[in-house]
Ligand binder design. Sequence first.
Ligand code: C2E
Ligand code: MG
Ligand code: MG
Ligand code: MG
Length: 278
Amino acid sequence: HAKSQGKNNIQVYENTLHQALIYERQIQKDLVVAIKNHQLKFHYQPIIDLKSKNIIGFEALTRWHHPTKGLISPSEFIPIAEQTDAIKLLDEQLLDTVGAQLQQWHQYTDKPYYISINISAHRFVDSKLIDDINQVIEKYHLEKGQIVVEVTEHILMENKAKARHLFHRLKLAGIRISLDDFGTGYSSLSYLHQLPFDILKIDRSFVTNITEHNQENPIINMIVALANTMKIDLVAEGVETPLQLETLSKMQCQFGQGYHFSKPLSAEDTLKLVKNGH
Ligand code: C2E
Ligand code: MG
Ligand code: MG
Ligand code: MG
């Protein structure tokens, strides 16, 4: 009896696995079509100077509204896109759209906003990355500093030697590099030591920890001190409450990003913000 039960369990497991595979294949097919048809949209989340409350830049975040499954998170579809060549097309669209966006904004403001883009692992080790960014900078008459590249430690870890090489080339080309989700990896500190980042983004989990009951934040304090010493800009991710803003500001964290200021906005809404001179 026990034996047949075990067999049934395996059957259930295999069915579930099969379903999951079918789902993933379907999503992958839909995604390729959506990317080819320019159906993925780019949203922009403001990055704020915590003292002056001025916007200094934006992070580009990709949005996919699936026709029947609704909004699917980039944490879900980016890894799927990475399994096919479609990711290259998406990266191209993102980079070109970001360039066009910055040029358009420039008609309405003199502020040298930047847009930071999240880079996938495959992209970061692709030496074409720098040429592609340079091309967009030229095409849209941008300043070099206006496009920032965001990488996670995870990406660097996968390909240490190549990452280091590309890092120095990006530096030489004047393109700034931001370390995303800082503090969540295994060896964040050793990366700082080896690679000349321009910007650190304190992971949201540390910011979420700032509550009325928990106002001591030795880790954030340490990261602020570190950034100051190394002359790296610091952005706190996921600032959601006035208390978090106030606490970070008191701790001398310079910049922040989060729902307290704004959710990621559509291109139209971002343009309105830029036109209003924020
Ligand atoms: P990330 O780069 O760390 O982006 C920050 C994420 O936090 C975004 O989620 C953003 O919408 C969310 N967020 C911002 N402020 C708050 C807040 O106050 N509270 C909370 N709870 N969340 C906040 P999103 O847009 O779902 O993106 C998730 C991840 O997907 C990103 O994490 C990034 O790693 C990746 N991703 C997004 N767009 C792209 C893309 O175009 N290319 C690549 N390679 N990855 C992307
Ligand atoms: Mg990011
Ligand atoms: Mg992040
Ligand atoms: Mg993240």
